[in-house]
Design a protein around this ligand. Sequence first.
Ligand code: ZN
Length: 235
Amino acid sequence: MKRTVLVLFCGIIAAYSAFVVKKDIVPALNSSMVFPSSRFCIIDAGHGGFDGGAVAFDGTLEKDLNLQMAKKLNDILILNGYQTVMIRQEDISVEEAGDTHKKKGDIRKRFKIAETYPDALFISIHQNSYKQSNSEGTQVFYGSKNPKSLLLAEAVQDAVKNGLQIKNRRTTKKAGNNLYLLSHMENVSIMVECGFISNKNELAKLKDEEYQQKLMLRVFEGIEKYYEREGMCSG
Ligand SMILES: [Zn+2]
C-alpha cells in the first residue's frame, strides 16, 4: 500500500516537473478548446524590450507596431480554431536570464521555440524602413530551409495584394543569411514586412488599428490558402 502511494506521488512530481520545465522553455500554448486543430502557428512579434527595431520620423517604434499586429493575428487564428504560440505578448526581449549577449540570446530563444514545435508555421511580423521615403507596400520573405515556406509566402503575398494593396508590385523574397531565424530553422517560415514606417502615408496606415486588422485578416487568408493547398483540414 505504501509503495503504491509512493509511486503515485513520484508520478505526480514527475508530471509536474515536466510541465514546469516545458513551461520554462516555451511560452504558453493558446488554443481553442472547442475546435482542437492541426493548424498551428508560432507568431513572432519582431524585436521587443531593449531592441526597438526601426524608428519612424515621429518616434514610432517598430517593436510596438509588430506587437499590436501580432496580437491581432493571434486573436484571428484562435477564433478560427488554430493553435498558436506567441513568442512575446508584451514589450520584452526573450533571452534567458544570464545570457551575456542579449541580442544573440533573444534570437537563440526564438529559434528554440520554433524547434520545439517543428510542425507549426513560423510567422514573423516586422515593419520595413528605407532611406527612400516613397517606398511602400507589404513584402513577404520566406525561410530558405523548408521548400514549403515559399508556398506560404506566395499565398500571403497574394492575399495582401489582392485584398488590400492592389497597386503593390512587390514579390516574395528568399531570406538571406542576414535573417538568421528564417535561414536556419526547419519550420515552414515567413517574415511579413508589413509596410514602410519610413513612408509618412504608409506609417499613418500602419498605426491605424482598423488597417492593422484588415492587414492581419489578409495574412490569415494567406495562411488558410496555404493549408487548403497542402490538403490539411482543421479538426
Ligand atoms: Zn524588424
